[in-house]
Design a protein around this ligand. Sequence first.
Ligand SMILES: Cc1cc2nc3c(=O)[nH]c(=O)nc-3n(C[C@H](O)[C@H](O)[C@H](O)COP(=O)(O)O)c2cc1C
Length: 206
Amino acid sequence: MTTQTVQKTLDRRALDSLFAGRHTTNTFTDIPVDAKLVQAAYDDARFAPISMNSQPLRLTLVEKGQPRLKLVEHMMDGNKAKTEAAPLSIVVAYDPDWHLNMDELFPAVPGVRENLASQPENRHAMGRDNAFIQFGYLLLALRAYGLEVGPMTGIDAAGIDAAFHTENGWKAIAVVNVGHAPNPEDEQAQFPRGKRLEFSEISQTR
Ligand SMILES: Cc1cc2nc3c(=O)[nH]c(=O)nc-3n(C[C@H](O)[C@H](O)[C@H](O)COP(=O)(O)O)c2cc1C
């Protein structure tokens, strides 16, 4: 590889505020999360690339109280208490009928909607894959807006679908707890940092 100066559009501080300077978070302060912040994060994240601009991601913002207790029933045991306590929990899902929007979302290639109408298995696979990619972008965007995130796939997806998605047919893939920076005295708030693999360990050049 030739030696080049690394050109960055974000400075070190901004990069650290998205990556190395932040931790997945289990417990938060009691400060509520304004849904407008989540919307602002989504409004930015939606511009990041996904397959055919398909945009299958769907979100259900679950407030504290009865709706949250209904969600907690369908979380794995280790994820229950923190989900009950979080200022905001969001069910992350995909819409298997995402193809219905494709005339507008991907006008560059006409006919995607018609072609996928008879391919439900493909739509589920693509919807799930691309919703996960969008979810990743959303996590970083929420951090960019100053929020901490606790993503979880330890869920009973079918149970969540039965509780929250009967009217729209969305399919749950994850839940993310969202809040403000944890109390630094709370050692359960964030786990110690695990090792990250080096580029040399995860890449090859041919
Ligand atoms: C897709 C996904 C699923 C995860 N599922 C769970 C989960 O079910 N329960 C949990 O406690 N943490 C879960 N995590 C959190 C990860 O364990 C955590 O992000 C990772 O270990 C990095 O931790 P760090 O940010 O403190 O370095 C999940 C994270 C992601 C992105």
